[in-house]
Design a protein. Structure first.
Length: 126
């Protein structure tokens, strides 16, 4: 589970780049792949793919394992799942706040309820 703010920052920074998101999608679809294989489907060089994979690796979104002379990369689902849970929790908190605002606005709009910016005149005060 994501517990530290810097972990969230690392994941969100890594996912901010569209090429890295495409790499993550490709790895999720393939199971695992080498940088050379991944570069074939992208408009970037193999070296650029390796750099992007390093960023994803530092965020613990992918892991590489050596297989002979190759490094095979795979998605680390635990970090992806933890990030999704964190985002769902944030979304639920925002939804709860919006529901509260909606209830207040609807209550204020009920007949007989003065508008929020209503200033009583002299007759209403006495």
């Amino acid at each position: 589970m994501i517990e530290r703010v810097d972990e969230v920052d690392d994941v969100l920074a890594a996912l901010a780049d569209p090429t890295r998101r495409r790499l993550l999608d490709a790895l999720a679809a393939r199971g695992e792949a080498t940088a050379t294989t991944l570069a074939r489907d992208l408009p970037v060089t193999r070296q650029a793919v390796v750099k992007h994979l390093a960023v994803l690796g530092r965020a613990h979104l992918v892991a590489g394992r050596r297989s002979g002379r190759e490094v095979r990369y795979a998605v680390r689902p635990e970090r992806v799942d933890a990030t999704a849970r964190w985002m769902a929790r944030v979304a639920a908190e925002l939804d709860a706040r919006l529901a509260t605002i909606k209830r207040i606005a609807e209550a204020a709009a009920e007949p007989g309820h003065p508008p929020a910016d209503h200033q009583p005149d002299a007759q209403e005060v006495s």
